[in-house]
Design a protein around this ligand. Sequence first.
Ligand SMILES: [Zn+2]
Length: 126
Amino acid sequence: MVIKANTDEIKQMRQKINGYTEKAETLRLMIEANTHEMQELCPHPRECLREGEHLPEGIIFFASPPFTVCTCCGYAEEGWCGYGKLNNYYSEVPRLSRDNAQKLVLGRIATREELGKLKYPKKKGE
Ligand SMILES: [Zn+2]
């Protein structure tokens, strides 16, 4: 038979869990900030780049573009027709299966829309 806790004990347990949740959020933000900093500083050397294959169109989903990932820092970009920060080496990047390339990504894959904003930033007033 399990002996149940009283309400004070449950409140203490709840506070403890809330404390862990706050620490987890702090750690998540630290991981995000450090990842961003590392990916901005990484030179994304050619020997570190891999391309994940595109996903062909299926019965219930549209095709997804290939993506390139830097195995050093985990930064990744999607693209059919070239990339943004990883653009210089597009034609010489070894290919991997989509799943294996996805495992190398740290954070999320920058979308084509986001890369377009990098290449063609809006002017003031637009
Ligand atoms: Zn990199």
